[in-house]
Design a protein around this ligand. Structure first.
Ligand SMILES: Cc1ncc(COP(=O)(O)O)c(C=O)c1O
Length: 396
């Protein structure tokens, strides 16, 4: 339990975002065709970041000069401290490369480490920019669908091995924890995956942006930890403080490349294609949060878990046929709502009847067209209102 209880957290940090040029709140007309929807889609939070982070940003803003910045020596130390405290991951300063975001990093890493028509594997359903980053760059998309046993999702290692053998795959992009199904992969699962990659010479890119968003009885294990244990060197990890502390708009994320030859290859590529500088405010915010926002983070996780449990119990009581995948990590709930549809499409039900904006299952895989993804990083009041609208729509 955090010393900051959820009520105090919500009172202190819940904010009105409508009218702040928020993608989630202010782009509803553009993205969904109507301003009249309650938004539970794109993955950022309806809470301000920790007060200490805001204070550090205000202090830095007050200095007035925002010229080019260097990577500060204590940045990496504060990040290493956080990783060590929260997940037992040991990272070395020299492995770190800054980026403006994880999606940008995916595009860059694919461009650097693969060629047109190379095979890249992903596990579907998965965060849709994975598809785009492969297809936009004319790489060959290879899907290894997750096994779904009544919303209990596991990796299909047999299928993956078959595909590794048959499809000439250069890169496997792992989502860990997995968006949208909310799994936190266990050490055993990760070991099995890394061993497969090792056997078939497949480079592994692990997107760990949700690594800090793990509910209390689960433990996140980084691919960096497992790679060290199994002696696997062909690994790149992307992560970021942006989901953890709600500052995606500060455009600051990490790429970790432990292997020196791979790192040099990427640096050479970046010199020709990607001359980005460091986000001054991103670095200030992240350094402060990694040093001091443990309590804020703990309370944030509690709010997410309480919202999840509330949705689950309310919907299970009203509509027992709706299935909700167990939430181990991320702040995203994944629901199959086929049973409440009365002949209409999910989109008609969600937008026209329930007046909600959510992420549609088909964005993550065409096989999941009856699913929706709900963003839990909001206030219980908004979750209650959304459920009210959903239940009313289902009873129409
Ligand atoms: C798995 C995953 N990767 C990357 C991102 C986006 O990262 P960024 O905003 O740093 O590009 C998200 C956002 O939802 C995500 O879920």
């Amino acid at each position: 339990m955090s010393d900051l209880d959820t009520k105090t957290f919500i009172d202190k940090y819940a904010i009105t975002r409508k009218g702040t040029d928020s993608l989630k709140w202010d782009a509803l007309k553009e993205r969904f065709g109507s301003d009249e929807l309650l938004p539970l889609w794109v993955a950022d939070a309806d809470f301000s970041t920790d007060q200490v982070v805001k204070d550090a940003l205000v202090k830095r803003v007050d200095e007035g000069a925002y010229g080019y910045s260097i990577r500060s020596a204590d940045y990496v130390a504060s990040y290493q401290g956080w990783q060590d405290r929260h997940e037992g991951t040991q990272v070395k300063a020299e492995w770190l490369i800054f980026s403006t975001g994880v999606v940008q990093s995916l595009y860059d890493l694919i461009a650097c480490f693969t060629n047109e028509a190379d095979g890249i594997m992903i596990q579907t359903p998965v965060y849709y920019p994975f598809f785009n980053s492969i297809k936009d760059q004319k790489r060959r998309l290879v899907e290894a669908p997750l096994l779904n046993d009544d919303e209990d999702y596991t990796m299909d290692l047999v299928k993956m091995e078959e595909l590794f053998k048959a499809k000439n795959i250069q890169l496997f992009i792992l989502c860990s924890p997995h968006n949208p199904i909310g799994r936190v992969w266990t050490k055993d699962e990760l070991q099995a995956v890394l061993r497969l990659c090792q056997t078939y010479n497949v480079r592994l890119l692990s997107d760990e942006i949700h690594s800090d968003l793990v509910v209390h009885n689960h433990t996140f294990v980084s691919a960096l930890t497992v790679a060290k244990e199994v002696g696997f060197r062909d690994l790149i990890v992307c992560n970021s403080p942006s989901k953890t502390f709600n500052f995606a708009g500060l455009l600051h994320s990490h790429i970790w490349i432990p292997d020196e030859a791979l790192r040099t290859q990427f640096q050479k590529w970046a010199k020709q294609h990607r001359q980005t500088e460091i986000s001054v405010l991103g670095q200030v915010a992240a350094k402060t949060a990694y040093q001091s926002s443990d309590e804020w983070h703990q309370a944030f996780l509690q709010v997410i878990e309480e919202n999840y449990l509330f949705i689950k119990s309310t919907l299970q009581e009203a509509f027992p046929e709706i299935t909700i995948s167990p939430l181990q990590g991320t702040y995203l709930a994944w629901l199959n709502i086929e049973s409440v549809l009365a002949g209409e499409s999910v989109k008609e039900f969600i937008q026209e009847k329930a007046k909600l904006a959510i992420d549609y299952g088909e964005w993550f895989s065409p096989a999941y067209k009856h699913y929706i993804r709900i963003n839990l990083a909001t206030t219980p009041d908004i979750i209650k209102q959304a459920l009210k609208q959903f239940i009313l729509a289902a009873k129409q």
